[in-house]
Design a protein around this ligand. Structure first.
Ligand code: SAM
Length: 230
Protein backbone atom coordinates (compact mmCIF):
# COMPACT_ATOMS: atom_id res chain seq x y z
CA UNK A 1 0.00 0.00 0.00
CA UNK A 2 1.14 3.53 -0.74
CA UNK A 3 0.27 6.45 1.56
CA UNK A 4 1.05 10.06 0.66
CA UNK A 5 0.76 12.60 3.48
CA UNK A 6 0.39 16.28 2.57
CA UNK A 7 1.35 18.58 5.42
CA UNK A 8 2.53 22.07 6.32
CA UNK A 9 4.61 20.60 9.17
CA UNK A 10 6.42 17.57 7.68
CA UNK A 11 8.81 17.21 10.60
CA UNK A 12 5.89 16.36 12.87
CA UNK A 13 5.08 13.41 10.63
CA UNK A 14 8.58 12.23 9.71
CA UNK A 15 9.64 12.22 13.37
CA UNK A 16 6.78 9.94 14.35
CA UNK A 17 7.39 7.68 11.35
CA UNK A 18 10.70 6.69 12.94
CA UNK A 19 8.84 5.22 15.89
CA UNK A 20 7.19 1.91 16.77
CA UNK A 21 4.61 0.20 14.61
CA UNK A 22 4.70 2.75 11.84
CA UNK A 23 8.47 2.48 11.57
CA UNK A 24 8.18 -1.24 11.00
CA UNK A 25 5.45 -0.53 8.50
CA UNK A 26 7.85 1.40 6.32
CA UNK A 27 9.17 -1.81 4.84
CA UNK A 28 5.64 -2.93 3.98
CA UNK A 29 4.05 0.42 3.27
CA UNK A 30 5.34 3.02 0.87
CA UNK A 31 4.84 6.17 2.96
CA UNK A 32 5.72 9.51 1.35
CA UNK A 33 5.56 12.82 3.20
CA UNK A 34 5.07 15.99 1.15
CA UNK A 35 5.85 19.48 2.39
CA UNK A 36 3.16 21.86 1.15
CA UNK A 37 5.77 24.63 1.25
CA UNK A 38 7.46 22.98 -1.74
CA UNK A 39 4.33 23.99 -3.66
CA UNK A 40 3.97 27.47 -2.16
CA UNK A 41 2.75 30.23 -4.47
CA UNK A 42 3.62 33.85 -5.21
CA UNK A 43 6.53 36.08 -4.40
CA UNK A 44 6.15 35.39 -0.69
CA UNK A 45 5.93 31.61 -1.10
CA UNK A 46 2.63 31.48 0.77
CA UNK A 47 0.69 28.36 1.65
CA UNK A 48 -1.96 30.13 3.73
CA UNK A 49 -3.95 33.33 3.57
CA UNK A 50 -6.62 35.36 5.34
CA UNK A 51 -10.21 34.04 5.17
CA UNK A 52 -12.63 35.72 2.79
CA UNK A 53 -15.38 37.40 4.75
CA UNK A 54 -13.04 38.10 7.65
CA UNK A 55 -12.69 36.33 10.96
CA UNK A 56 -9.88 34.84 12.97
CA UNK A 57 -7.36 32.30 11.70
CA UNK A 58 -5.55 31.65 8.45
CA UNK A 59 -6.71 29.16 5.81
CA UNK A 60 -4.50 26.79 3.78
CA UNK A 61 -4.56 27.96 0.15
CA UNK A 62 -5.86 25.65 -2.56
CA UNK A 63 -3.00 26.01 -5.08
CA UNK A 64 -0.28 24.14 -3.12
CA UNK A 65 -2.63 21.24 -2.34
CA UNK A 66 -3.89 20.91 -5.91
CA UNK A 67 -0.29 21.15 -7.25
CA UNK A 68 1.04 18.59 -4.77
CA UNK A 69 -1.73 16.13 -5.55
CA UNK A 70 -1.24 16.57 -9.29
CA UNK A 71 2.49 15.93 -8.86
CA UNK A 72 1.91 12.52 -7.27
CA UNK A 73 1.76 10.93 -10.68
CA UNK A 74 -0.90 8.33 -9.96
CA UNK A 75 -4.58 8.43 -9.04
CA UNK A 76 -5.20 7.48 -5.37
CA UNK A 77 -8.09 5.29 -4.27
CA UNK A 78 -9.05 7.79 -1.58
CA UNK A 79 -8.07 11.35 -0.77
CA UNK A 80 -8.70 11.79 2.96
CA UNK A 81 -8.95 15.15 4.65
CA UNK A 82 -8.49 14.91 8.41
CA UNK A 83 -11.11 17.17 9.95
CA UNK A 84 -13.05 17.39 13.23
CA UNK A 85 -16.30 17.64 11.28
CA UNK A 86 -15.63 14.42 9.34
CA UNK A 87 -16.85 10.86 9.81
CA UNK A 88 -15.50 9.60 13.15
CA UNK A 89 -12.73 7.02 12.78
CA UNK A 90 -13.76 3.49 13.79
CA UNK A 91 -12.12 0.10 13.53
CA UNK A 92 -14.52 -0.72 10.73
CA UNK A 93 -13.33 2.32 8.76
CA UNK A 94 -9.67 1.44 9.43
CA UNK A 95 -10.36 -2.10 8.15
CA UNK A 96 -11.95 -0.69 5.00
CA UNK A 97 -9.06 1.68 4.31
CA UNK A 98 -6.44 -1.01 4.96
CA UNK A 99 -7.70 -2.81 1.84
CA UNK A 100 -6.91 0.14 -0.44
CA UNK A 101 -3.81 0.34 -2.60
CA UNK A 102 -3.15 4.07 -2.48
CA UNK A 103 -4.29 6.65 0.07
CA UNK A 104 -3.63 10.36 0.29
CA UNK A 105 -3.95 12.01 3.71
CA UNK A 106 -4.26 15.80 3.85
CA UNK A 107 -3.46 17.42 7.19
CA UNK A 108 -5.19 20.74 7.72
CA UNK A 109 -3.77 23.58 9.74
CA UNK A 110 -4.81 26.93 11.19
CA UNK A 111 -8.54 27.37 10.44
CA UNK A 112 -8.51 24.51 7.95
CA UNK A 113 -8.25 24.31 4.15
CA UNK A 114 -9.96 26.25 1.39
CA UNK A 115 -13.36 24.61 0.85
CA UNK A 116 -12.57 24.07 -2.86
CA UNK A 117 -9.97 21.45 -1.86
CA UNK A 118 -12.68 19.58 0.01
CA UNK A 119 -15.21 19.95 -2.80
CA UNK A 120 -12.95 19.00 -5.70
CA UNK A 121 -10.24 16.68 -4.36
CA UNK A 122 -11.30 15.03 -1.13
CA UNK A 123 -13.20 11.74 -1.23
CA UNK A 124 -13.46 11.17 2.55
CA UNK A 125 -13.32 13.41 5.59
CA UNK A 126 -12.26 11.69 8.79
CA UNK A 127 -12.27 12.90 12.39
CA UNK A 128 -10.37 11.17 15.19
CA UNK A 129 -12.89 12.38 17.78
CA UNK A 130 -15.05 15.22 18.95
CA UNK A 131 -12.31 17.62 19.96
CA UNK A 132 -10.15 20.05 18.02
CA UNK A 133 -6.38 19.75 17.63
CA UNK A 134 -4.22 22.47 16.12
CA UNK A 135 -3.22 20.47 13.06
CA UNK A 136 -4.08 17.36 11.07
CA UNK A 137 -0.65 15.76 11.48
CA UNK A 138 -1.45 13.83 14.66
CA UNK A 139 -4.85 12.74 13.29
CA UNK A 140 -3.12 11.56 10.08
CA UNK A 141 -0.66 9.55 12.18
CA UNK A 142 -3.45 8.08 14.27
CA UNK A 143 -5.24 6.98 11.12
CA UNK A 144 -2.02 5.65 9.60
CA UNK A 145 -1.22 3.62 12.72
CA UNK A 146 -4.72 2.14 12.80
CA UNK A 147 -4.36 1.12 9.16
CA UNK A 148 -0.71 0.04 9.26
CA UNK A 149 -1.20 -2.58 11.97
CA UNK A 150 -3.80 -4.28 9.77
CA UNK A 151 -1.45 -4.67 6.81
CA UNK A 152 -0.41 -8.32 6.46
CA UNK A 153 3.04 -8.87 7.95
CA UNK A 154 2.89 -5.86 10.25
CA UNK A 155 2.22 -7.63 13.52
CA UNK A 156 4.29 -10.59 14.65
CA UNK A 157 1.08 -12.56 15.15
CA UNK A 158 -1.69 -11.69 12.69
CA UNK A 159 -4.30 -13.15 15.04
CA UNK A 160 -3.41 -10.46 17.57
CA UNK A 161 -5.20 -7.71 15.61
CA UNK A 162 -8.26 -9.91 15.20
CA UNK A 163 -8.75 -10.22 18.98
CA UNK A 164 -8.42 -6.50 19.65
CA UNK A 165 -11.26 -4.34 20.84
CA UNK A 166 -13.86 -3.42 18.18
CA UNK A 167 -12.63 -5.94 15.62
CA UNK A 168 -15.77 -8.06 16.07
CA UNK A 169 -17.87 -5.45 17.83
CA UNK A 170 -16.71 -6.28 21.39
CA UNK A 171 -14.09 -4.78 23.69
CA UNK A 172 -10.93 -6.81 24.32
CA UNK A 173 -10.45 -9.36 27.12
CA UNK A 174 -8.09 -8.66 30.05
CA UNK A 175 -4.50 -9.75 29.43
CA UNK A 176 -1.87 -11.05 31.89
CA UNK A 177 1.74 -12.13 31.71
CA UNK A 178 4.26 -13.58 34.17
CA UNK A 179 4.57 -13.68 37.15
CA UNK A 180 1.46 -15.69 38.02
CA UNK A 181 1.30 -13.91 41.39
CA UNK A 182 2.38 -10.29 41.72
CA UNK A 183 2.09 -8.48 45.05
CA UNK A 184 -0.64 -10.88 46.08
CA UNK A 185 -2.61 -10.39 42.83
CA UNK A 186 -3.16 -13.69 41.03
CA UNK A 187 -3.63 -14.39 37.36
CA UNK A 188 -7.04 -16.09 36.89
CA UNK A 189 -6.42 -19.83 37.23
CA UNK A 190 -8.19 -20.67 33.97
CA UNK A 191 -5.51 -18.81 31.98
CA UNK A 192 -2.81 -21.05 33.47
CA UNK A 193 -4.86 -24.24 32.94
CA UNK A 194 -3.74 -24.99 29.40
CA UNK A 195 -7.38 -25.78 28.56
CA UNK A 196 -7.84 -23.71 25.40
CA UNK A 197 -11.59 -24.25 25.16
CA UNK A 198 -12.14 -23.00 28.71
CA UNK A 199 -9.78 -20.11 28.09
CA UNK A 200 -11.71 -19.11 24.96
CA UNK A 201 -15.02 -19.24 26.88
CA UNK A 202 -13.53 -17.20 29.76
CA UNK A 203 -12.19 -14.56 27.38
CA UNK A 204 -15.47 -14.29 25.48
CA UNK A 205 -17.40 -13.92 28.76
CA UNK A 206 -15.01 -11.18 29.91
CA UNK A 207 -15.34 -9.39 26.58
CA UNK A 208 -19.13 -9.46 26.66
CA UNK A 209 -19.20 -8.39 30.32
CA UNK A 210 -16.83 -5.49 29.79
CA UNK A 211 -18.68 -4.35 26.67
CA UNK A 212 -22.00 -4.52 28.53
CA UNK A 213 -20.69 -2.29 31.30
CA UNK A 214 -18.57 0.15 29.28
CA UNK A 215 -20.07 0.23 25.80
CA UNK A 216 -23.60 -1.22 25.69
CA UNK A 217 -24.06 0.71 22.44
CA UNK A 218 -21.67 -1.77 20.78
CA UNK A 219 -23.82 -4.73 21.86
CA UNK A 220 -26.97 -3.03 20.62
CA UNK A 221 -25.30 -2.59 17.26
CA UNK A 222 -24.62 -6.36 17.18
CA UNK A 223 -28.21 -7.35 17.83
CA UNK A 224 -30.20 -8.46 14.81
CA UNK A 225 -33.33 -6.43 14.05
CA UNK A 226 -36.49 -7.79 15.78
CA UNK A 227 -38.32 -10.40 13.70
CA UNK A 228 -41.47 -9.06 12.07
CA UNK A 229 -44.64 -11.13 12.07
CA UNK A 230 -46.47 -12.09 8.96
N1 SAM B 1 -11.90 25.23 11.87
C1 SAM B 1 -11.93 23.81 11.98
C2 SAM B 1 -13.29 23.37 12.50
O1 SAM B 1 -13.94 24.12 13.17
O2 SAM B 1 -13.69 22.21 12.23
C3 SAM B 1 -10.84 23.32 12.92
C4 SAM B 1 -9.48 23.54 12.40
S1 SAM B 1 -8.23 22.76 13.37
C5 SAM B 1 -7.70 24.05 14.41
C6 SAM B 1 -6.89 22.60 12.23
C7 SAM B 1 -6.76 21.26 11.55
O3 SAM B 1 -6.48 20.27 12.51
C8 SAM B 1 -7.97 20.77 10.82
O4 SAM B 1 -8.10 21.32 9.53
C9 SAM B 1 -7.75 19.28 10.78
O5 SAM B 1 -6.92 18.90 9.70
C10 SAM B 1 -7.00 19.02 12.08
N2 SAM B 1 -7.85 18.49 13.17
C11 SAM B 1 -8.12 19.08 14.34
N3 SAM B 1 -8.90 18.31 15.12
C12 SAM B 1 -9.13 17.18 14.42
C13 SAM B 1 -9.89 15.99 14.69
N4 SAM B 1 -10.57 15.82 15.81
N5 SAM B 1 -9.89 15.02 13.75
C14 SAM B 1 -9.23 15.17 12.59
N6 SAM B 1 -8.51 16.29 12.28
C15 SAM B 1 -8.46 17.28 13.17
Amino acid sequence: MRVDILTAVPVQVTGALELSVIRRARGLLDIRVHDLRDYAVGRHRQIDDYPYGGGAGMVLKPEPIFACLEALGSAPDEVVFLSPDGEVLTQHLANTLSLKQHLVLIAGHYKGVDQRVRDALVTREISIGDYVLSGGELPALVLLDAIARLVPGMLGDAASALSDSFQDGLLGAPTYTRPAVFRGMEVPAVLCSGDHDRIAIWREAKRVGKTLVRRPDLLEALEPPPATEG
